[in-house]
Design a protein around this ligand. Structure first.
Ligand code: GTB
Length: 216
């Protein structure tokens, strides 16, 4: 059955692979699955046909036959549960890998998104410069803890899993800041994920779409 995901018609990340269709593309590539991409304008994302698939008017969505999913983490979990290579067979190891997926989106991502939103929406406020260090220290608290847990390991819990895929996708959002550079083992962890052939294929595919949209 054909898999179709949605993505930005012209991504505001300018092809840096930071929009959340990237983690879905990466998972599909790790699983060796073909997929189509339906590109949406900001306007179309807020129209009833898309809202029927994504109640918050966002990308990405995932459609396969009559199954329609939203939330990038849930989509990656669905792919991982139905195809090999992204979750361990052992039940306990599988549960731990899924725990890392939740840790990525529930524990690591919020302070990272708060900083991004502050920079986007509050940078002209008189108090912005005073608030930013607080937001960055909240991120550092989490990075300290994650760095400590990862230590010198390649991946968070044994072999590469959907937990690493989601965690690396979240950490990549820090690339435009210097925060990740303060943690050499986390920087290497992200680089290890980005070096995977499946990541490269996913990254190249979204970049090609951005380049085509910019040319057109
Ligand atoms: N929790 C949802 C999920 O994980 O699927 C969140 C989805 C989401 O945030 N989608 C964003 C969206 O559709 C795009 S990815 N936004 C439009 C809207 O809400 O109207 C977030 C994103 C956007 C831009 C950049 N960037 O420019 O670097 C990075 C990430």
């Amino acid at each position: 059955m054909t898999i179709t995901i949605t993505a930005f018609e012209k991504s505001p990340d300018r092809g840096r692979g930071l929009a959340r269709d990237m983690s879905v593309r990466w998972a599909l590539e790790e699983a060796g699955l073909d997929y189509d991409v339906r590109l949406l304008s900001f306007g179309a994302m807020k129209e009833p046909p898309h809202l029927a698939h994504q109640p918050f008017g966002q990308i990405p969505t995932y459609a396969e036959g009559d199954l329609v999913l939203f939330e990038s983490g849930a989509i990656v979990l669905h792919i991982a549960e139905h195809h090999g290579g992204l979750l361990p067979d052992d039940a306990k190891a599988r549960a731990r890998a899924i725990t890392w997926m939740f840790a990525a989106v529930s524990t690591m991502e919020p302070p990272i998104v708060h900083r991004e939103s502050a920079i986007l929406t509050e940078r002209d406020e008189s108090w912005h410069e005073h608030r930013l260090p607080t937001l960055e220290n909240r991120i550092r608290d989490r990075l300290d803890q994650l760095s400590h847990r990862l230590g010198g390991a390649d991946w968070l819990d044994g072999a590469f899993s959907a937990g690493d895929l989601m965690m690396i996708s979240v950490l990549r959002r820090l690339k435009s800041s210097a925060l990740l550079d303060e943690y050499p083992n986390l920087s290497l962890y992200v680089a290890r994920g980005e070096a995977r052939p499946a990541f490269q294929r996913a990254f190249d595919a979204q970049l090609a779409l951005f380049t085509a949209a910019s040319a057109g």
